[in-house]
Design a protein around this ligand. Structure first.
Ligand code: NAD
Ligand code: UGA
Length: 461
């Protein structure tokens, strides 16, 4: 197809959890726009071109199949896709730095900067560059300097359009977002870019839900949103520790406080801890920024959200060991769920990684089961020593086990035949429900000793 067939050309650099689904939705909703998704990772691109997509998201395959080859294209030819783009989204990874200055906190911007230099090299015309990746405040300024230092007379307008989708519900979140945030400079070229981006999203998002702001507010809003969300989880998890000491029930406390419309009911489920590629990374990014600006009290405040999360995961494993008579060496333990949340195969920063490693340190025999995340689990645990098995079928995973640890809230775990499971396990049989998703009373009636999070354990001794 020639460029003339389409009204606009949109390119996204980075075909990951954000780039792939976001572009699939843009392609689905804007048939007059050609959307190209490019990546350095050839196997990832090949997977996007197949029916075995590189990521699992409900509804994504259908959406990709409808647009692929029509106005949605995947490729490794990054330069060509840069050249033809009017609007260039950059959605490369921005992991926490593991080396040098800021190691362990600051984001590693090497992929982002490399992309910027690529854009300068391959471009032949003016473009709008959209920060989709989550970045420290004022990154757009640095990028604009790199991009506009070109000697080709090309103008690059950098906008920030952070992504708020959650994994497992990415398609739904993209189709019906709470808001779309577009940050631009308030110059004539900045305002023109703002209009282009608003018009793009207005193909399917109500204009009232498309918020515009200055670039720095948009960049900071993304970090702030993740920090506030994670803070709620750490807050309820801190309450879960107190509930376990006082016989208060964290679900009842969460329900009671969530009824206050000022607090709201979402994101108040106590758990083994939050995981995912972004909460920890983005809070540490925020902490680093605050430290950079000399705001040490603010930095400490947010750092504690991560510390409470670490504490929660530690508490969960300690609770297991303690309940199982202070020794789990050689005991078979089934970890049900390895993904960091349900409906995704993503295991980045999954609490299950921490739990498994700690169980292995105690010389337990760990059997991992998960409907979508076993391939990633094998990669995550590749360097671990000890007895590990991977088993898709939960009934096989639990056979002969002393304990089950539920680490992901997969719907299928609620529907298992726990009478059958109980019969096949060693006795006493323990269930540690790290997601509070099972019917604890019924499990207790069957014969299990049940240890939820933030609730009184139901034991048989
Ligand atoms: P990802 O690791 O799944 O995907 C990033 C992709 O970028 C990879 O496929 C990688 O090969 C590619 N890439 C890296 N350098 C490149 C280069 N120079 N040229 C071309 N491709 C390159 O990451 P992700 O989860 O999609 O996250 C991307 C960004 O979006 C991050 O900043 C993240 O914080 C943010 N974010 C993620 C989520 C989420 O749910 N995962 C949600 C909102 C925002
Ligand atoms: C999160 C945010 O929700 C998105 O808005 C954001 O775009 C994204 O991070 C990002 O920037 O990457 P995500 O990590 O995909 O999305 O998933 P969440 O639903 O936020 O869950 C994160 C973790 O918190 C999971 O481990 C989940 O199980 C846990 N969680 C969530 C709880 O323990 N309790 C809750 O009440 C809610």
């Amino acid at each position: 197809m020639t460029k003339k067939t389409f009204k606009k050309h949109v390119t996204c650099i980075g075909a990951g959890y954000v780039g792939g689904p976001t572009m699939a939705v843009i392609a689905a909703k804007c048939p007059d726009i050609k959307v190209a998704v490019v990546d350095v990772n050839a196997s990832r691109i090949a997977a996007w071109e197949s029916d075995d997509l590189p990521i699992y998201e409900p509804g994504l395959l259908d959406m990709v199949k409808k647009a692929r080859g029509r106005n949605l294209f995947f490729s490794t030819d990054i330069d060509a896709a840069i050249r033809t783009a009017d609007i260039l989204f950059v959605s490369v990874n921005t992991p926490t730095k593991t080396f040098g200055e800021g190691a362990g906190k600051a984001p590693d911007l090497q992929y982002w900067e490399k992309t910027a230099r690529n854009i300068v090299k391959a471009s032949q015309s003016d473009k709008i560059i959209v920060e989709k990746s989550t970045l420290p405040v004022r990154t757009a300024h640095a990028m604009e300097r790199i991009l506009n230092a070109n000697n080709k007379g090309i103008h690059f307008e950098v906008a920030s359009n952070p992504e708020f989708l959650a994994e497992g519900s990415a398609v739904k979140d993209l189709l019906d977002p709470d808001r779309v945030l577009i940050g631009t400079q308030e110059t004539p070229t900045g305002l023109a870019a703002r209009k282009e981006l608003v018009d793009l999203y207005a193909h399917w998002v109500d204009r009232n839900d498309i918020i515009t702001s200055n670039v720095w507010s948009a960049e900071l809003s993304k970090l702030a949103a993740n920090a506030f969300l994670a803070q709620r989880i750490s807050s309820i998890n801190s309450m879960s520790a107190l509930c376990e000491k006082t016989e208060a029930d964290v679900a009842e406390v969460g329900y009671a406080i969530g009824k206050d419309s000022r607090i709201g009911s979402k994101f108040l489920s106590a758990s083994v801890g939050f995981g995912g590629s972004c909460f920890k990374k983005d809070i540490l990014n925020l902490v680093y920024l605050c430290e950079h600006y000399g705001l040490s009290e603010v930095a400490h405040y947010w750092e504690y959200v991560v510390k409470i999360n670490d504490y929660q995961m530690t508490r969960f494993v300690r609770g297991m060991i303690h309940a199982m008579f202070n020794t789990i060496a050689k005991k078979r333990i089934a970890v049900l769920g390895f993904a960091f949340k349900a409906n995704t195969g993503d295991t980045r920063e999954s609490p299950a990684i921490y739990v498994t490693k700690k169980l292995l340190e105690e010389q337990a025999h760990v059997v991992i089961s998960d409907p979508k995340a076993l391939a990633n689990a094998k990669i995550d645990l590749a360097d671990c020593r000890g007895e590990i098995e991977y088993e898709r079928d939960p009934y096989v995973a639990v056979r002969g086990a002393h304990a089950i640890a539920v680490c992901t809230e997969w719907e299928e775990y609620k529907k298992l035949d726990y009478k059958r499971i109980f019969k096949s396990m060693e006795k006493p049989a323990f269930i540690f429900d790290g997601r509070n998703v099972l019917d604890h009373r019924r499990l207790h009636e069957i014969g299990f000793s049940v240890f939820p999070v933030g609730k009184r354990p139901l034991t048989h001794y």
